[in-house]
Ligand binder design. Structure first.
Ligand code: SF4
Length: 365
């Protein structure tokens, strides 16, 4: 599936293919055609993908001449860290700049000896969720697979610096992953390749506003990833008002697609509800959600909204949150409240990028 062929993608790194976007087979074919040996290929994957080398001179056994030749053939990195914010709970948000000077965010959330990374799939986002900083600015372009993989490399390095392993990945940063479908699927195949990073596919979750054709296509990819669907409301009109793009499909169609994904892949499906005080946080909203789920074994994540400048939403008060959870629990719906990690460093997607821009170029609220 090419979910968004009209969406602009990344510029090439000159004529040099980006290393992080190549499969081991492509890398081997490319390098051997330029006179390098299979040993060189293995060392490059070991040192520059699994290891920390960010320059070809750091790759063992290439020699000075070999490293110089590779500089002209391959781009070892196309993104660089241009900003970061650190929360007291250890959450780190990195601001990365691409070759064409676009900026995207990636977040590391340490959890004792392991950590979760949250990556972006697009620069900005066209899904226009009304409570989201990225949605306020619209879509600039989709990321390419190598730009997604490089986010993971940066997060992995940050996790190592903190002495934790990067064990889980979620596509919940800026962008709608199923609108960058081809790049996201390719990136997942690269990230889970045991000759490269070897990420466990059961530790990767793709989050969507509910792009039904994309969910159905993803179910057929045999990727082994989990799915998170942003529902936010079980009422079609309310959902459409919060999620203009996800709301193109009815709640029933969305949940049917999620169930098909669950049955076909035998992976978890999580329904996400960003709860906003006075908007979608009443017990009646919880009861409608339980009705819509109709006994299907989805997991429900309740997420108090992050405050975003330019949006009117506030998180629910604790009693409202408790009451919402109580209705779901009494209806045998598996539900949890997700903690708002890093909310004090603007962890909601798009906020660091917005804050990093000069006032004159910031989107009007
Ligand atoms: S919440 Fe996610 S899908 Fe919605 S506008 Fe923001 S980045 Fe896009």
């Amino acid at each position: 599936m090419t979910a968004a062929s009209s969406v602009p993608v990344s510029p090439a790194a000159g004529s040099r293919p980006p290393l992080a976007g190549l499969t081991p087979g492509e890398l081997a074919a490319f390098l051997t055609s330029h006179g390098f040996t299979p040993t060189h290929v293995g060392r490059l994957a070991r040192d520059a993908i699994r290891g920390r080398a960010t320059s070809f001179t750091d790759v063992e056994g290439l020699g000075e001449a070999g490293a110089r030749r590779l500089e002209g053939l391959l781009a070892i990195r196309t993104t660089r860290i241009v900003g970061r914010t650190d929360a007291p709970d250890g959450t780190v948000k990195l601001l990365l700049e691409t070759l064409d000077r676009e900026r995207v965010e990636s977040v590391l959330m340490p959890l004792s000896k392991r950590s979760s990374g949250c990556v972006s799939s697009q620069v900005g986002c066209g899904a226009a969720c009304t409570f989201c900083a990225s949605g306020l600015e619209g879509l600039k372009r989709s990321l390419a697979a190598h730009e997604i993989v490089e986010q993971v490399l940066h997060l992995r390095d940050e996790a190592r610096a903190q002495g934790v392993a990067l064990s889980n990945l979620v596509f919940m940063g800026m962008g709608e992953p199923l609108h960058a479908y081809d790049a996201v699927v390719r990136a997942i195949r690269l990230l889970t390749d045991t000759r490269l990073l070897g990420f466990g596919c059961g530790h990767v979750t793709v989050s969507t506003v509910g792009v039904v054709p994309g969910i159905l296509a993803l179910a057929e990819e045999n990727l082994g990833v989990h799915l998170a669907v942003s529902l936010h409301a079980a009422d079609d009109a309310l959902r459409r008002s919060l999620l203009p793009v996800g709301g193109r499909w009815t709640v029933a169609e969305t949940l049917d697609a999620a169930e098909r994904f669950r049955v076909r892949t035998r992976r978890f499906v999580t329904l996400q509800l960003t709860l906003m005080a006075g908007v979608n946080d009443a017990p009646s909203h919880a009861a409608a959600l339980a009705d819509a789920i109709a006994g299907r074994p989805f997991h429900v994540n309740l997420i108090p909204v992050n405050r975003v400048d330019g949006t009117p939403y506030a998180p629910p008060a604790q009693p409202a949150l408790d009451a919402f959870l109580d209705v779901l629990t009494r209806r045998q719906v598996i539900a949890h409240v997700r903690s708002r990690r890093g909310s004090d460093v603007a962890a909601a997607c798009g906020q660091l990028r917005r804050a990093s821009r000069p006032p004159s170029s910031a989107a009007a609220p």
